[in-house]
Design a protein around this ligand. Structure first.
Ligand code: AMP
Ligand code: GLY
Length: 410
């Protein structure tokens, strides 16, 4: 199978790695990819959000499966263009991707499908926002309606800060605060049926102890030893399948990964958010444990005919990833600083380093080129071993001004 992967982050390096080790994959191309994917795939310098350019490249390379990483590619209609050209694409059309692209749309789908989620109000003015803040009370949850790379959400006890965030956005969703631990569950969907991957947990705040601003995600681990039995089956039955059914009923069948961000509250499971793509960095740990070849699974979704009873096989044990972020991330990441210690980190047993926001300088040396620079993965027979491997590898990395959390999977 000839595969083209779109995107350039840590998630894409993890996807490329899993696709590369699938014996069915005969050619692996990335656009644009990163210095990490360059070692296992052919990188093509092209804007992955350009539907015409992507379709031309896929045709020129005789691609049999396109796998989309970032949401911006989906929202730009790349899935639509590929399917129109008859090229199988793992990733939904633009209309179905609104499940992530618009928080108000996601709420509408969940209401229609009877999916449990936080009560919410969509507000278009300061007066509406003020009324919703008063209705729900603290802690206040204020979400920019549009895409904001995981940074459009403010959760605060400070009424003025909540109102100020609402005023910064055109349209906001203000909702009930959900207590309880969060779980990310990825379901692979072919438009009709879905199968679950392993649940994972992400660490969204920038600093230890869940302090600091929200980020795209600073680390993750899988599996979740504390998750209740039957959680995955319950989420498939009460969240994923009703959502797929509703999208299909509306004529926008959902093909790709439906990412359910869940809160396990005292009142039961609630959806915090949907994403239309693999989570980053949860994908890094989930794919580390995946034993079933990935390309076949994604192709079954893209062309249809997924067997809903099929369950992927998993390597026993656990995986942990720790994100090394650039100075100033998430507010204003500093680019261009040299990254050292990559070879030493790769020597740590059970660990490896995925490139997330890196580039090569004029001399071919790796430098920081994004907020989340590296995603260091450790695997092992249990969480403690996996965690120790990841942190031992992180300790070898040098990057001026960088920061990482020291409490991932603790
Ligand atoms: P989102 O972009 O919707 O995932 O929100 C980012 C993060 O904000 C989530 O992962 C949660 O940690 C937090 N969050 C979002 N919605 C709520 C809510 N209703 N109650 C509590 N925390 C929330
Ligand atoms: N890790 C959270 C996300 O991918 O949105």
């Amino acid at each position: 199978m000839r595969v083209l992967l779109l995107g350039s982050g840590g998630r894409e390096h993890a996807l490329a790695r899993a696709l590369h080790r699938d014996p069915a994959v005969t050619a692996l191309h990335c656009a644009p990819g990163n210095p990490g994917t360059a070692g296992i795939a052919d990188n093509h310098q092209l804007d992955p959000t350009d539907p015409v350019a992507v379709t031309e490249l896929a045709e020129r390379l005789a691609i049999e499966l396109v796998v989309v990483g970032p949401e911006a590619v989906l929202v730009a209609g790349v899935g639509d263009a590929l399917r129109t050209a008859g090229i199988p694409c793992f990733g939904p059309d633009r209309d179905a991707a609104r499940i992530e692209g618009s928080k108000a749309f996601a709420k509408e789908i969940m209401a229609a499908a009877g999916v449990p989620t936080a009560a919410a109000r969509v507000c278009d003015s300061a007066a509406e926002a003020g009324a919703a803040l008063a209705e729900f009370g603290p802690p206040y949850v204020v979400k920019d309606d549009g895409l904001a790379a995981g940074k459009g959400v403010v959760v605060t006890g400070d009424r003025d800060a909540a109102a100020a965030h609402a005023a910064e956005c055109d349209r906001v969703v203000i909702e009930e605060f959900l207590d309880g631990p969060e779980v990310s569950l990825f379901a692979l969907c072919d438009g009709v049926h879905a199968i679950p991957l392993l649940p994972a947990q992400d660490f969204k705040r920038a600093h230890d102890g869940d302090a600091g601003p929200n980020t795209g995600g600073m680390g993750a681990y899988t599996p979740l030893p504390w998750a209740p039995d039957g959680l995955v089956d319950e989420v498939m039955a009460t969240v994923v399948q009703p959502t797929l059914d509703e999208l299909r009923r509306r004529g926008t069948p959902y093909v790709g990964v439906l990412y359910a961000g869940l809160a396990l509250t005292s009142k039961g499971v609630r959806v915090v958010e949907f994403n239309a793509r693999f989570g980053d960095p949860e994908t890094q740990v989930v794919l580390d444990r995946l034993a079933t070849p990935l390309a076949g699974l994604l192709q079954a979704c893209a062309i249809g005919g997924l067997d809903p009873a099929f369950r992927p096989e998993w390597h026993p044990g656990a995986a942990v990833t720790v994100v090394v972020a650039a100075e100033g991330y998430p507010a204003a990441p500093v680019k261009g600083d040299a990254i050292g210690g990559l070879d030493e980190a790769a020597q740590v047993p059970g660990a490896y380093v995925l490139h997330a926001g890196t580039a090569l300088d004029a001399d071919g040396r790796p430098v920081a080129n994004g907020g989340r620079v590296l995603s260091v993965v450790g695997g092992g027979p249990d969480l403690a071993t996996a965690r120790a491997a990841a942190y031992e590898a992180v300790a070898h990395i040098t990057l001026r001004g960088s920061h990482h959390r020291s409490d991932i999977a603790l």
